[in-house]
Design a protein around this ligand. Structure first.
Ligand code: CP
Length: 299
């Protein structure tokens, strides 16, 4: 039996595969390619809330002719202690792929180890690779190849920041990470970047990160599961992306945010709703990039 084509993390796939998945998503989006997943079913497991991930996967499967089954902790035996391994074995007998959103990356890995169908990472506390595929697609639609460009990540050193590091390695852009020391990115991700020769710089100064950037990105200050809201607001206030900071970036720089956003916290309203913001295209491209992932996994 051939091994399932899991989509677990960007750094676990090679650059050629990731480019091919994005090209497939773009070709489906433009109508250059037609892909049918008729007769295929995707299980969606949500242990955390979602708007974009849930709707884009459901609609994506529907538009490709397939079906979905949505599960959450309350409505399944996972929430009552059935093991992830057993769940993987059972679901593999019913469906053709499984997407999971969970806090614990170990659950994603366990699911992938025991499933005989492809497993897709719909976000863990460690990474969010589907979002990065949409972000790269969006940048390239607006400004051409992201290779050799400078991306500024400003704010929390969270799962999105980690996936930006992985994307920098696979798509060949340089990344400046501006985070407070207390919310710095996991050292293991930076060690991976160093071992792969990825162009990542870490600074505590958001202005330094934004200077000369082609893409400025931020994220909510309090992610799902974070319990220290007041502390985070205090630490991240100096990292707000505002109009002055955007002027430090290149004149044709674009602004992205994976959403949901909190206007006038991590980003001012004039930036996120302004002419450099491409957030609605970015959100739409979750649908198109994920069609590429689904077609690659199950095609
Ligand atoms: N960006 C993102 O993953 O959005 P949801 O949490 O709404 O899925």
């Amino acid at each position: 039996m051939t091994a399932p084509k899991h989509f677990l993390d960007l750094h676990k796939l090679d650059a050629q595969t990731l480019h091919a998945i994005l090209a497939l998503g773009s070709d489906i989006k433009s109508g250059r390619k037609s892909v049918s997943l008729a007769g295929k079913t995707l299980a969606l497991i949500f242990e955390k809330p979602s708007t974009r991930t849930r709707v884009s996967f459901e609609v994506g499967m529907m538009q490709l002719g397939g079906n979905v089954v949505v599960m959450d902790d309350n409505g399944s035996q996972l929430g009552r202690g059935e093991t992830v391994a057993d769940t993987a074995r059972v679901l593999s007998r019913y469906v053709d792929a499984i997407m999971i959103r969970t806090d614990d990356p170990a659950k994603l890995d366990e699911l992938a180890r025991h499933a005989t169908v492809p497993v897709i990472n719909g976000l863990t506390d460690d990474s969010h690779p589907c979002q990065l595929m949409a972000d790269v697609m969006t940048y390239e639609e607006h400004r051409g190849s992201i290779r050799g460009k400078k991306v500024a990540w400003v704010g929390d050193g969270n799962n999105m920041a980690a996936s930006f590091v992985h994307a920098a390695g696979r798509f060949g852009f340089s990344l400046a990470l501006a985070t407070p020391e207390e919310l710095a990115l996991d050292g293991a991700v930076l060690r991976w970047a160093e071992s792969e020769g990825v162009d990542v710089t870490v600074t505590r100064d958001a202005d330094v990160a934004c200077a000369g950037a082609d893409l400025v990105v931020t994220d909510t200050w309090v992610s799902m599961g974070d319990k220290d809201s007041d502390r985070r607001h205090a630490l991240l206030k100096p990292y707000q992306v505002d109009a002055r900071r955007m002027t430090l970036a290149n004149a044709d720089a674009v602004f992205m945010h994976c959403l949901p956003a909190h206007r006038d916290e991590e980003v001012t309203a004039d930036v996120i709703d302004g002419p450099q913001s491409v957030i609605w295209d970015e959100a739409e491209n979750r649908l198109h990039a994920q069609k590429g992932i689904l077609a690659w996994c199950m095609g």
